[in-house]
Every structure is written in C-alpha cells, then in structure tokens.
Ligand binder design. Structure first.
Ligand SMILES: Cc1cc2nc3c(=O)[nH]c(=O)nc-3n(C[C@H](O)[C@H](O)[C@H](O)COP(=O)(O)OP(=O)(O)OC[C@H]3O[C@@H](n4cnc5c(N)ncnc54)[C@H](O)[C@@H]3O)c2cc1C
Length: 406
C-alpha cells in the first residue's frame, strides 16, 4: 500500500519538506493542504522589497511546473479543521477526509492581535494580501505608527522611513528587540533607528485608540502622551496556529511540542517551522519564528519520515538557530543563541565602514555571534560555534579574520 504523507500548511516549511522527501527517493503520494490560494510564497520580502518596490511581484517559492515535477498534490484555498489521530485522517472544512500514513503539521504562526486596537482596524502583516494592503496605505501616508519593536516592527519602520513617512514605534518592552537578545543588541539597533529619525515610546502601552472622520488614528499612551498617525501597524509578535488541533492532544500552550527529530508524541505526526516547539537541547524546547528554522526542521522531519518507513536510524536537529534582518543599509545577523542577559564581546569593529562582529558569551562558552553587515564573517564562525569553542580560543583563532582577508 502507498504511504501517503499529508502536510498541513502552505508555507516554506511545507514545500521544503515535500522537496526533501522527493530528493531522498520517496515515490509515495504527497499532499499539501493550504488555506491560502496559489503557489507557496516567501514571507521575508513582504516587510522589505514588496513595500518598497514600485512594481512588486509575489515572491513565489516554486512554480506550477516544479510542483508537477515533484508530483505533489496541492489542495489550496482550504483549511484543515480537525485531526483524528485514532483513524489517521485530517478533516478539511469541505468535509473531505484525507487519510495519512505520516502527517506533518506546518501551519506556521499568525500575528498576535491587540484587542485594544480592534476599533481602529490596524494593519497586521503576515500574508501577501496583508502586504499589498499595507503597501498601499504607507505609500500615501505622512505618519506611520508601529506597535512592536521586534524584528518585524523595526523592518516596517525602516521601510516606512525609506518611503519618507514620519515613524513612531511603541512597545511595552523597555528596549527594542527585547525577545531576541540583551541590551548590547538593543542599543546599536535603537541608535540606528534614531539616526534615521524614528521616534520611540518604549516601556509604554496603549490605553485607548480612536479614528476620526478623516481616517487619522489617535493613540492615548500610558506615558501620558497622545500620538496621531495615518497608518497603524501592529507587529506585536505571533502565535502558533494550532486551533485546528483542538482535542488532538498535540497542541500545547505555545505550539506543538516535538523531540529533536520533529516528532510529536505520536510517531506518525511531525511538526515543523513556526508552529513547532522543538527539543533543541535535552529538556529544552524552543519555538523559533525564523525562515532558516522552517527549512532546517523540514529537512529533519523528511529524513525521519523515511527513516521510520525504511527501518533506519532517526536524526535529530543539530543546526544552530539563525535569523537575519534587513534594516536600512544594515544586514543584522544572529547565529546561535542569545539570552536576555547576553553580553556581546567585540570581535571585529571597523570604524570606517561601521561593520562589526560580536560574540555572545556565557561564562567561557560562546553561545552565538552577531554580525552587522558581516555575512561572510558570521558564516565563518559556524563550525567554531557548533564545536562549542571557548571564548579565549575563539578570540585567539579568530575564524572570521581569514574570510575578511581572503
Ligand atoms: C513579513 C515577514 C517578514 C519576515 N522576515 C524574516 C526575516 O527577515 N528573517 C527570518 O529569519 N525570518 C523572517 N520571517 C519569518 C519567516 O518567514 C517564517 O519563520 C516562515 O515563514 C515560517 O514558515 P512556516 O512554513 O513555518 O509557516 P508560514 O509561513 O506561516 O506558513 C504556514 C501556512 O499554513 C497555512 N495554514 C495555517 N493553518 C492552516 C490550516 N488549518 N489548514 C491549511 N493551511 C493552514 C497558513 O495560511 C500559511 O500559508 C518573516 C515573516 C514575516 C511574516
């Protein structure tokens, strides 16, 4: 009998999983169920080039011909509404039931909504449709307000400044990028935005919001001030999409928990990408909303689906977490782990170009590196980080140097 793989979700993680199964020789049926319509597309450009370019194209990750070559059935424009693990099938909103041999949960995440702002109908940014609506709004706007000083909020701030808008960013956290790292990460990023004229209200919430007859929105802030904006965007984090898994026993408080091989407690069900809380270290689960993680987890899940069927050894995720963000003319990259109290030690500082590379250390252990327009140098540190090289040794061997000189 054919072993049918059903992938629920139509983002990068699902298409990568299908590609990896085929590349590894899987000839059995694969079905992708996607709530969105059309081909799978990429999200990072939605906060960058799609807002900036005069004629943006949907950043598709595949083509109809490539999908045909892969022999993947895509059911698009339809939601999965229920998982029945006992009978091994997924139910779609149309009532159709898809039986599976292996199921992959790849439903991603969606923006966290702020109920206090529901009355003024702010923008959220996750989909191509959201991006087109935001693009239209910011391109005609004088003042843009952004709620959330995380990666997404700051990228929208940079793009809006490039389009000539006045920008104000509001966040309840006392510093920018608070969820990504410590003060040493926040400081240069905050300075970058201030240099570009962005104004901040940090450690500040929103008490009330109203919209006047001309469409302008007034925000009453907890610091006692009021801000009027023409466009309001909420980028206050994302929540994993697990509502369709209610009663399946798989949805936890923050996503779907898996072991290091992306397997849930059910050995026929995997979770990958933004929705998955993967055990990256024994006993430590982490849910990452990063593009590279979507691809890395897809690779591991594909490997393990086939390994189980073939009776081979299972794999676990060993790739380091990695995230990048483009803001103004800066490519910020974080490879490895940063904690809220991570101090950054200088490794390279080039005052002429403003480029730098810093090491995040915990005691003698280097847990990560942060690069500011130093992509080659960051990449060069990968092997040393994987090998848990101690700080003094890394500073001595300076693996980044070779690449810079070379
Ligand atoms: C605007 C933006 C900019 C970004 N920029 C960066 C960046 O610069 N660097 C970086 O590292 N990361 C970035 N990211 C994050 C990165 O894009 C995500 O980590 C990645 O898209 C996650 O992929 P995924 O496949 O897990 O989920 P998603 O891309 O969220 O895809 C999940 C899909 O599943 C569908 N779905 C959900 N529920 C159901 C259901 N019940 N039935 C059927 N389908 C369903 C959804 O509609 C969606 O199409 C950005 C994200 C956004 C939104």
């Amino acid at each position: 009998m054919n072993a049918h793989t059903v992938i629920v979700g139509g983002g990068i993680s699902s298409i990568r999983l299908a590609e990896r199964l085929r590349r590894a020789g899987d000839e059995d049926p694969i079905t992708i169920v996607s709530e969105e319509t059309g081909l799978v597309y990429d999200r990072p450009p939605l906060s960058k080039s799609v807002l900036l370019d005069t004629e943006p194209k949907r950043p598709d990750l595949t083509t109809a011909a490539a999908l045909e070559d892969l022999a993947v059935r895509v059911i698009d424009g339809r939601r999965a509404v229920r998982l029945d693990r006992a009978h091994r099938h997924v139910e779609l909103e149309s009532g159709e039931r898809l039986p599976y041999e292996d199921l992959v949960i790849a439903t991603g995440s969606r923006p966290r909504r702020l109920p206090v702002l529901d009355g003024v109908n702010p923008h959220y940014l996750r989909t191509w449709t959201d991006a087109l609506a935001l693009r239209k709004a910011v391109r005609g706007a004088a003042r843009v307000g952004i709620v959330g000083a995380g990666v997404l909020g700051l990228e929208i701030a940079a793009t809006s400044r490039a389009l000539g808008c006045e920008v104000v960013v509001i966040d309840t956290a006392p510093r920018v990028l608070a969820r990504l790292g410590g003060q040493d990460l926040s400081d240069p990023v905050l300075a970058l935005h201030r240099d570009h004229g962005v104004r901040f209200h940090l450690d500040t919430g929103i008490e009330a919001a109203s919209r006047d007859a001309n469409g302008a929105i007034t925000l009453r802030l907890t610091d006692g001030t009021e801000r009027a904006v023409d466009v309001l965007v909420v980028a206050a984090g994302a929540v994993p999409v697990t509502d369709w898994l209610e009663n399946s026993g798989l949805a936890g408080h923050d996503g779907v928990e898996t072991d290091g091989g992306c397997r849930t407690i059910d050995d026929r069900v995997y979770a990958i990408g933004d929705v998955a809380r993967v055990e990256r270290h024994p006993g430590r689960h982490q849910r990452l909303e990063h593009w590279t993680n979507a691809s890395d987890t897809a690779t591991i899940a594909a490997r393990n689906i086939l390994a189980r069927r073939r009776g081979e050894d299972l794999s676990t995720l060993t790739e380091l977490p990695y995230v990048w963000s483009d803001q103004y003319d800066v490519k910020l990259q974080i490879l490895g782990r940063l904690d809220a109290d991570s101090r950054l030690l200088p490794a390279v500082d080039d005052p002429e170009t403003g480029r730098w590379l810093r090491l995040a250390a915990r005691g003698q252990e280097v847990t990560g590196v942060v690069g500011w327009n130093m992509p080659a140098a960051v990449n060069r540190c990968r092997a040393a980080l994987m090998a848990a090289t101690p700080v003094h040794e890394l500073l001595e061997t300076a693996p980044w140097e070779r690449k810079i000189r070379g």
